[in-house]
Each structure stands twice: as structure tokens, then as C-alpha cells.
Write a protein that binds this ligand. Structure first.
Ligand code: HEM
Length: 199
């Protein structure tokens, strides 16, 4: 019998936290406890110091989605960037419809920095069957990346995404993400814009 969840699981999503048991969630995503992020707080690897401004859990109810082929929409999102002492940052994010709170887009991935440079790479797996590698640069508290490859499951919903770019910018306790994309039907244009506050 699983104990009821009394506190946050830190899954990166409050909706998941409310419905999953801590042990099963930890084990499913991150393996046994000593190897996961709930172990004794690991020391941050110096390689990821230029991205330390991203670390933590961020949340917004004010995301704006647009695209020429769809109706404008608003969404909420939680994103968490964390590390386990390795030279990479892990992240999870989940979004939901503003009105119904129904789950929308979800992602998990890793960010690495090329040694002795400000070059960054993100590897992102999405619930929609898309997997991206984005590369770019971190400058101060701003990270700009563009897809180098976008792979997709053969039966992912069309249209095919051809290119994605993201900008993360921190200003005090606010983090902004802006995402542009190109599909096989639509030239490169804005899809998402959201400002999170630290949770
Ligand atoms: C918080 C993140 C995101 C949210 C909330 C979101 C939400 C949506 C919604 C509501 C639609 C319209 C409904 C539909 O056609 O299914 C849509 C369409 C789409 N999204 Fe996103 N999306 C997100 C991120 C992304 C990302 C990262 C990509 C690509 C890598 C992407 C690619 C697309 C595509 C290709 C379409 C279809 C556009 C078309 O029909 O021309 N989305 N998105």
C-alpha cells in the first residue's frame, strides 16, 4: 500500500506530484535513491557554473502560444533545472492548458557545456515523439540555442518540425523562455513566450 503524498516530489510538475508516490516516481525516472537527485545535495560541478542561474524550479500561468496555423492559446508551465554533481544540467518541464489544467507539452533533457568555451548543447526528449539536439551559447544570464537535429517518431503527428530555437534569459527572479520554430508548412516564426517566477 503506497503512502499518500504529503509534500512535493520535485518531479518538475505539481500535477504529477499530486498523483504519484515518491518512491515509485524517483525510481522510475532517476533510479535507486543513491543515484538520483534526492541523495545528499551534491556539489555543483564547476563546468556547469556558467549555467547556475538556471538551476531551480520555475513556474508560470502566463505562457502565450501562437502560430500562423493554430488558434492563439495560453498555458501554464513548470520547468526544473537540477544537477547531480555531474558536468551536466538535467531538466524536466510540463505544461498545461490554462483553463482546464489538462496536460499539454512535456519535455526532459540534459544541458552540457563544451569545455573551456561558452558553447552549450541541449538534448531534449518531448512527449510528442520529437527529440532535439540544440546548440548555441551562454552569455551572462542568457542562453540561446538552435536545433542541429530534430528527430521524430515515424508516426508523430504532422506537420514535421524542421527547426527550433530557444532563448532563456534570467532577470532577477524572473526567467523568460521564447521559442521559435519552422515546420514543413510554416516558415520560422514564434510559437511560445513565457515568463516564469522561481518556485
Ligand atoms: C510548453 C510547450 C508547448 C506547448 C504548450 C505547445 C502547445 C501547442 C498547441 C496547443 C498546439 C496546437 C494544437 C495541436 O496542433 O496539437 C501546438 C501545435 C504545435 N506545436 Fe506546440 N507546444 C509546445 C512546444 C512545442 C515544441 C517544443 C515544439 C517543437 C519542437 C512544438 C511543435 C508544435 C507543432 C509542430 C505544432 C503544430 C503546428 C501546425 O499545425 O502547424 N510545440 N502546440
Amino acid at each position: 500500500m503506497q503512502a499518500p503524498v504529503k509534500d512535493s516530489l520535485g518531479s518538475g510538475c505539481t500535477l504529477i506530484d499530486k498523483t504519484l508516490n515518491r518512491e515509485s516516481w524517483n525510481h522510475t525516472l532517476f533510479g535507486p535513491r543513491p543515484l538520483c537527485r534526492y541523495g545528499p545535495g551534491p556539489k555543483m560541478h564547476e563546468m556547469i557554473a556558467p549555467l547556475s542561474w538556471l538551476l531551480g524550479k520555475w513556474r508560470s500561468e502566463g505562457g502565450k502560444g501562437i502560430y500562423p496555423t493554430i488558434k492563439d492559446f495560453t498555458y501554464g508551465e513548470e520547468v526544473e533545472f537540477f544537477h547531480v554533481g555531474q558536468p551536466n544540467i538535467q531538466f524536466t518541464c510540463c505544461s498545461w492548458k490554462s483553463e482546464s489544467k489538462a496536460p499539454l507539452h512535456r519535455e526532459a533533457g540534459f544541458i552540457r557545456i563544451k569545455p573551456d568555451t561558452n558553447k552549450v548543447a541541449m538534448m531534449i526528449a518531448q512527449n510528442t515523439g520529437i527529440c532535439e539536439i540544440e546548440e548555441g551559447e551562454v552569455t551572462g544570464q542568457k542562453m540561446e540555442t538552435t536545433s542541429q537535429s530534430v528527430a521524430r517518431m515515424s508516426f508523430s503527428k504532422p506537420p514535421k518540425t524542421l527547426k527550433v530555437s530557444r532563448t532563456f534569459k534570467r532577470d532577477g527572479d524572473t526567467l523568460e523562455q521564447v521559442l521559435y520554430m519552422e515546420t514543413e508548412n510554416t516558415p520560422y516564426t514564434e510559437h511560445l513566450r513565457i515568463k516564469y517566477t522561481k518556485v
